[in-house]
Design a protein around this ligand. Structure first.
Ligand SMILES: [Zn+2]
Length: 213
């Protein structure tokens, strides 16, 4: 498989994500595990992972044979999709969640598959797409007497020049952004509700151009 292109897009929750277009979807072989997290790396740097800690109704209770790198085979019933922030707490080789799209005729909205890549590949692709990765370590906390580790994630950031001739949003914290018009948004930095501005005038209605005799 080959990577055809990559770009950074603002998703509907006002977060930037890395979209990777490929000619074929990556294939995964055997898995390793750390604690409850199972992981498989493709030769190109794509990563598939999930959580499993015994039979559950996760994934609809699917039955799956998981071939492990040490040659053993595990029989799973269910499992959970997990997320990069959890994987990064148990694996030293960190991953970044991305959206993977196959290079076919695009639907009107860009529909892709949730996926992940190694931090090394993400760093290169995000730079090519004009952005940066910012490491965020979530706070640890106690839940029902158990220590829960905060997610360790790499957020995709891209500064785009603000266009005040269009719709734009501002926050009391100083953050400003253009986003798709007419949608109420919270500030991605402080989560306060942002104020919407309109930098243009709608053109006046056209004058009557024909007369009924
Ligand atoms: Zn703010």
């Amino acid at each position: 498989m080959n990577i055809v292109s990559c770009e950074i897009k603002l998703n509907q929750n006002n977060y930037h994500e890395l979209y990777i277009t490929v000619d074929k979807m990556p294939k995964f072989g055997t898995y390793t595990k750390q604690g409850e997290i199972y992981r498989s790396d493709s030769p190109e740097g794509f990563v598939e992972y999930f959580a499993y800690f015994g039979p559950t109704s996760g994934f609809g209770g699917r039955e799956k044979q998981v071939h492990m790198t040490d040659g053993s085979v595990e029989e799973h019933i269910g499992g959970w999709s997990s997320r990069a922030g959890v994987v990064n707490n148990v694996y030293n080789e960190h991953v970044v969640d991305v959206v993977i799209m196959k290079n076919v005729i695009r639907s009107p909205v860009d529909v892709g598959a949730k996926g992940a890549v190694t931090l090394e590949l993400a760093t290169r692709l995000v730079a090519e797409a004009g952005g940066t990765l910012v490491k965020i370590q979530g706070k640890n906390y106690i839940h029902e007497g158990q220590k829960v580790y905060g997610d360790l994630v790499y957020e995709v950031h891209r500064e785009t020049p603000l266009d005040k001739s269009n719709y734009w949003y501002s926050c009391n914290c100083g953050y400003e952004t253009n986003t798709p018009a007419g949608i109420t948004r919270n500030c991605p930095k402080c989560m306060q509700k942002m104020e919407i501005h309109k930098g243009f005038e709608f053109p006046p209605p056209p004058e009557e151009s024909c007369h009924v005799l």
